[in-house]
Design a protein around this ligand. Sequence first.
Ligand code: GLY
Length: 410
Amino acid sequence: MGLYQKLKIVKSIVFISVLFISGCNWSQTNEFEPIEKVIDEALHFSARQSLLMANSLLEKDGLLPKTADRYGNLETCNPEWWVSGFFPGLLWYMYEFTKDDKYKQLAHSFSMRVADQQYFTTTHDLGFIIFCSFGNGYRLTGDSSYLKIIETASCSLVSRFRESTGCIRSWDPAEWNSRWEYPVIIDNMMNLEMLLWACHQFNENRFCDVAITHANTTLKNHFRPDNSSYHVVSYDTVTGLPECKNTAQGYGNESSWARGQAWGLYGFTMAYRYTGDTIYLNQAKRIAGFLLDHPRLPADKIPYWDFDAPNIPDCYRDASAACIICSALTELSQYVIPELSEEYLNVAETQIRTLNSPHYRNTTNNNGNFILKHSVGHMPDNSEVDVPLTYADYYFVEALIRMKKLRGSE
Ligand code: GLY
């Protein structure tokens, strides 16, 4: 037997052993598995995990999932915290997928835990909190009692807009040590979806005016010539001009924090969906170009937590950024020429396969029964580093459902 044949036999033995050791997980990550099968399996797993998580929280009145601690225990938050609406929203997606009333009941009851946030005027995160929960709830059930909650939350959100700056204030002075006069973060693009939807639903032009002005101001001031974005732009409230451009959660003021780029991509794609204005579509395409052409985007398409983190490749990835990008690219693929569409969908599919692999996917009865692992919340604060995060799960499932609908309609 020649050396080449011996090598082939050794390779086969190693391959079969890997198959045996990895058990069924291997088939879930196999790059030759049809994407439809990968998506369905991931959605069934997500449905099981969310049910376990919901059951573990039934007795904990008013609390919502946030992350898992280093011992693998579920960490919760109060409804005021910006992530509170994601788990109710995830349950609504699970209802959409399973059509099982038990998810509908859970989604409703967890949504009600965040309902009082509609009155809060001290946060810009109302879109995340109220629209992921009640927005999805109304979309799937038409329950008219959810409408008033969304309308009130929209009024609360626009109360944070100031004409002089042309945008909605993100953080109040008490937060982040009053470092900024009028801070606006790129994340805030996401909260505009509730306003753009509510504008048409309630025939209230003020909601659109505020959302569009905010998007235009962000487009003008948040982006660098290479189409990456700053995290925080703070405004001088007298002149209305930016007073400084910084970061809070990224590596540095001039770095490209991965989740910030993801929020921008998703936000401008969504703004195009509601307005049909190609300035937003073009911005979304430019952000996608920055991300997908970036030399430090790994081949598996899960970004490092910051594209300019100093110790790449020996630093943490951020699965949450990947999930947001994946969902946004799936949508954006519908608005562009076939060549770009194919590129975006290839990246989104790679992300789905990677996130569904044993490295990123959580296992049952671990880490609070989240779906995914390996996200980064706030690295400079050394909090929520390399952990599951509720919004990673939400956007992962949203991406799966979007891709499933797309593949089903082809
Ligand atoms: N909106 C806060 C974050 O993305 O961490």
